[in-house]
Ligand binder design. Sequence first.
Ligand code: ADP
Ligand code: ZN
Length: 705
Amino acid sequence: MSAALTKKLIRQPVEALESHFGHSGFLDGQDRVIEQITSGRDGLVVMPTGGGKSLCYQLPALCFEGVTLVVSPLIALMKDQVDALVAKEIPATLINSTVAWEEQKDRLNGMRDGRYKLVYVAPERFRAESFLRALEGVEVSLFAVDEAHCLSQWGHDFRPDYLRLGKALRKIGKPQCVALTATATPAVRADILEVLGLENPFEVVSGFSRPNLSLAITAVDKKAQKLARLREVVGVHKTGIIYCATRKKVEEVSETLASWGMRVIAYHGGMSDSEREEAQNVFLRREADVAVATNAFGMGIDRADVRFVIHYEVPGSIEAYYQEAGRAGRDGEAAVCELLFNYADTRTQEFFIEGANPGAQAIRDVYRFLLDAADGDHELHRSIEDITDGSGLKNSMAVSSALASLARSGYIERFDVPGKRMRGTRLRKPDVFPESLDLNEEALEEKERRDREKLKAMVEMCYARSCRQQWILEYFGEEDAETCGTCDVCRDDGGDDREPTDEEHLIVRKALSGVARMSRKTSSGWEGKFGRGKIVMMLMGSRSQEVVAAGLDQLSTYGLLKDQGSGYLNALFRAMGDAGLVRTEAGEYPLLTLSDRGERVMQGGRNYRMSWPERGVGAVASADLEDRGFDPALYSALRDVRTKVAKAEGVPPYVVFNNRTLEALARYQPRSLDEALSVPGIGEVKAQRYLRGFLAVLKDWKAAN
Ligand code: ADP
Ligand code: ZN
């Protein structure tokens, strides 16, 4: 057992809460964190801004003997924090580069003499060996790292000094350490644990749920449908924000709203600073009800009565989605957030990812052009478009990213050119050749990979039929998140979603293990290797040639669910897909694999609900499917659906379904997606993508006949 666990408390947290902070109770999650910290464990705390993170280390600081060091990146905030503590008669001080070295030494001595309970330290102090040596004689009871996401290169606010903290911790004898942040995806959390070398850490993620928001994701397959939905939501909820992916879309949508007589502003990065400020003020002064904007909008938006947030296109990550959706209902009153989802819109996000990740070669190409085009003072005044043409690249966004990357690594400097909207560029190391640029290619690739993962997670959520709020909280790492009862999925459950029985849970876990055996786990998550059909055959213990040839009969899960029947298993897999436990990767062949959530359930997690297929029904239903003869009227109705779908998807009709498949649909008249899968010519991916409208027509037709 580590020495930390024998740590003595000189005060009880609850008493100090009242006597020193004047609070009568804890906020959500604080009690759990403080209990863990006072028990001596290392840990990681993720809470949103305003969630009350400071208390999580300030209170234990008072209860421990010795001094608590707090690393915090912003000098201005540091001073406020210290002033607030001193005002509460808590002995605290700060050490950063604005403090003279003599004074720093005095404060270090004070730490040794027990004059302070809390000392805030700027991260760059850990660069100085002299500072580290001086710290060695101090008894540090707790080392708190605030804004801990700053140590991740994949976060949005990387600070290289934070990378030194792991080493600094070891140097001063590995005191108990707790990291805190408001934003940490699983990858960033893993980085924090690794860089700081936290041992057996607790992790508490808390406070992200927004009970007053009802989230919804609506599938729309064409523009008219989007606009119709937009009109409905805006008509009912009046005040809100519509996020669009591109400037062009912002203009288009805001003009449409204006033509409906709505008071609307447009906001995007292509507008000048003053235009944007004016637009924002009009919205804040309530002279407009609706803001149509790109994600550039909202950083400082302090309008609490936003009743709706619409995402007109799918955003690039769940983080971005939730941050933007979270601008609704700041006043605590009910608000709605609706994402209008069309898979085709993910192409825009992929384009952004390419733009944000130019790659080493493109960075060198841009740099080469800068070298060639610079004047005798190593300067050039060229627009992004010029640089794009000059360096032979196509995507001007990639050029901006390349310039930003060169500026970050100190090769160039960008400056404003008076009277012009374009910025100038100055070479700071003009002797460096493009080939000798020091670029961390591995890190560049890693970042692109992570960006793609985030988009994938966003799309996965859109396809899942699972409580939105719970899904998001799980994504952020909150354990045991409850279903919200107010999102679209919770509301239109129709009551047939429920938790598993013990037996069902076991079957699901077995099925998921089968999927895992037939997938590949990579550093970026699960990848499918087989389609659903093969997986079901394996679980059924099929002796078929293709199963045996692939060696699937050698798997430990082979035949594991043969008692269930393939009909049931197929239906079960569909339900697991809807619940987001498995996902289908569209490609030449649809491959099935585990989602993150599915992995958790496979390992025993029971926090899921689904619409359970009835035992035996699946099998009977597909056997039931019979040729009911050819009816030209039905065929023509189905063909109309095909025309519409093809138009919405921007593909020729035969790509949706060819005539033979259409005829088979008319003859077999399936009633559900599962049944349709036994119709010749209909596979998993097409069924998921296109079938809904066809089934609706078949249903109506059956009702009418
Ligand atoms: P964070 O660092 O997570 O953004 P803070 O630590 O600044 O949040 O706390 C946000 C606000 O909540 C502060 O005004 C703080 O005084 C208040 N607060 C923190 N803990 C409590 C509590 N237990 N009871 C009441 N108010 C609290
Ligand atoms: Zn819900």
